[in-house]
Design a protein around this ligand. Structure first.
Ligand code: SF4
Length: 61
């Protein structure tokens, strides 16, 4: 869990993950998208989409 959080936030700030835009579009249309976080896993979406070792809890990406 800590590894994923560090990965996501570090990439978001310094080295955006190549799939983040594609993931952002999917999250943007998802019914589980909260104001800032995913309602399924509780993760902050801007960081989660940049995490190269994370998966969508619903298997959407
Ligand atoms: S991570 Fe998955 S479940 Fe969460 S908002 Fe994005 S697409 Fe939806």
């Amino acid at each position: 869990m800590i590894k994923e959080i560090i990965n996501g936030w570090f990439r978001m700030l310094f080295n955006p993950y190549e799939k983040s835009k594609e993931r952002k579009a999917i999250c943007g249309k998802c019914e589980s998208r909260g104001v800032v976080s995913c309602k399924e896993c509780g993760c902050v979406i801007v960081a989660k989409i940049n995490c190269s070792i994370c998966e969508c809890p619903l298997g959407k990406w």
